[in-house]
Design a protein around this ligand. Structure first.
Ligand SMILES: NC(=O)c1ccc[n+]([C@@H]2O[C@H](COP(=O)([O-])OP(=O)(O)OC[C@H]3O[C@@H](n4cnc5c(N)ncnc54)[C@H](O)[C@@H]3O)[C@@H](O)[C@H]2O)c1
Ligand SMILES: *[C@@H]1O[C@H](CO)[C@@H](O)[C@H](O)[C@H]1NC(C)=O
Length: 443
């Protein structure tokens, strides 16, 4: 239907908005013409239209804030939640298949660590439901491939944002989760320079939304979540112990993780939520994250492309306490098993609940050039190295975990060294990507 001239006259200067509202106002035109008898009536109608438009715009901007900081926000009407079919899938996924099994909501389940943890829990008979917004911080096809893998093990991953209260309420309506394994986050250190708001959106606002849901749930779940070794920031006392200072973050990412530790503490204190924060140290392995150095180095060495190796100020090599994914998964599962119980209900605390923080590292830092030489060996190809001195982009010079607390209290015991872990990574990489095409071959 062509727009009536009248409509154009009413909204001459806001073409974008007219598009959205066109049908709405067009249906009003008939009654508009009927009542159009005097200038007074027209004036009143104009006032009404302005009021309607204003309220529509304010609702729109409110709705938008939830997804604004995503790269490609999921169109709201594509998130089909609720309904008997959806609920049936959620229930089947959350089905517990062992005595005293857990019922776990895994956020970030299409992510690297989340997909591995979800599988490990499911394999031992726990109920698992995933939640992930599939954002395109890195190639979403890898996230969809991980989802397909989980799907094959009867784990349902809901596509949605942790900021979406509707979804959280609905999930807890259907399943009385005993635990939340919170791994959804904006990861990566350098990307904060480009998109700082994505860190606030997921790591701060999203965390609070999730904790709000957990505190009001009845029963309240215990929460285990991923902090990061990056909270140690400019700390140079090695190894890093949980009691070391964490008040000098070197990146916005680190600052949001540190904020997460403070925020979870307040929910523990006020509402009696059982909280465990895990400070992961550079996790790597099959199904890993393409934005991480070991992964992009593998891609580029294979293609014969130059790799950039950062070095510290005085020509000192950067070193990382690389931790293999299977070791991290064992730490996560042990944290869930020992989490203790939340004490509150209906938003009220009934007693003190545990608040714990653990390092999950490997305690064997390896320099980046050594990591590269291990990759060269497995890829049977020399890297074209471009070494540059770090310009304070958020990376810290080295990380080294003291894991004695996790050993003692979680029975955490990492067993995979970097050469062994990278061998497994390269094997996965070569089976997943077609040579030279960079496209996935199989799930
Ligand atoms: N991999 C590491 O080396 C490492 C180190 C320290 C801490 N961590 C932390 O561990 C957790 C898991 O990291 P990972 O390496 O698996 O990263 P990842 O990016 O592969 O996984 C995170 C997942 O969360 C999802 N997500 C992000 N924001 C979301 C939101 N607002 N709503 C719903 N889903 C959202 C993403 O789509 C992604 O699939 C993160 O909290 C990360 O900060 C990881
Ligand atoms: C490691 O941490 C423990 C506390 O968990 C502490 O007692 C010990 O001294 C630390 N070790 C080192 C070498 O810093």
């Amino acid at each position: 239907m062509p727009p009536s001239p009248l409509e154009e006259d009413i909204f001459p200067s806001t073409p974008g908005k007219i598009k959205i509202e066109r049908t709405h106002h067009y249906t009003m035109n008939r009654s508009f013409h009927r009542c159009f008898t005097s200038t007074t009536t027209m004036f009143l109608w104009a006032l009404l239209l302005i009021a309607l438009t204003a309220s529509y715009l304010s609702i729109q901007s409110f709705v938008d804030t939830g997804t604004r900081f995503l790269h490609h926000p999921i169109p709201r009407d594509h998130v089909i939640i609720g309904g008997p079919h959806w609920e049936k899938k959620i229930r089947a996924s959350a089905q517990v298949h062992r005595v005293h099994g857990l019922s776990v909501l895994v956020t970030g389940a299409a992510g690297f660590v989340g997909s591995h943890v979800a599988l490990a829990l499911k394999k031992r008979g726990d109920g698992v439901v995933g939640l992930d917004n599939f954002n395109d911080y890195y190639d979403p096809s890898l996230k969809h491939a991980r989802r397909a893998l989980l799907d094959g093990h009867n784990i349902f991953v809901v596509e949605g944002d942790i900021n979406d209260k509707r979804i959280l309420v609905k999930l807890f309506d259907v399943v009385p989760f005993t635990h939340v394994m919170h791994l959804a986050a904006q990861a990566g250190v350098r990307y904060a320079i480009e998109n700082p708001h994505s860190y606030v959106h997921s790591n701060i606002a999203g965390l609070v939304k999730l904790l709000e849901q957990c505190k009001s749930a009845d029963p309240q779940p215990a929460v285990v979540w991923a902090s990061s070794s990056s909270v140690y920031g400019l700390n140079d006392k090695a190894p890093f112990s949980e009691s070391d200072r964490t008040d000098r973050p070197a990146s916005l990412y680190a600052a949001t993780k540190k904020a997460g530790e403070a925020i979870t503490h307040s929910y523990n204190h006020i509402y009696g939520l059982a909280i465990t924060g895990l400070r992961f140290f550079t996790v790597y392995g099959p199904w890993g994250r393409p934005d991480m150095a070991y992964f992009s180095f593998t891609q580029n060495i294979r293609k014969g492309k130059r790799i950039t190796i950062y070095r510290g100020k005085n020509g000192v090599d950067l070193a990382r306490d690389f931790t293999y994914i299977d070791d991290i998964v064992k730490g996560c599962v042990a944290a869930l098993d020992t989490s203790g119980k939340s004490t509150g209900s209906g938003g009220k605390k009934k007693g003190a609940a545990p608040y714990r923080i653990y390092n999950l590292g490997n305690t064997q830092p390896v320099t980046v050039p050594t990591m590269v030489s291990i990759l060269e060996k497995y890829l049977k190809k020399k890297a074209k190295k471009h070494v540059v001195t770090m310009l304070g982009n958020g990376d810290v010079p080295f990380t080294h975990a003291n894991i004695s607390l996790a050993r003692r209290e979680l029975g955490y015991n990492p067993t995979t060294d970097l050469p062994t872990g990278l061998r497994k990574f390269v094997k996965w990489y070569e089976s997943y990507y077609v040579e030279d095409h960079g496209k996935p071959v199989k799930y």
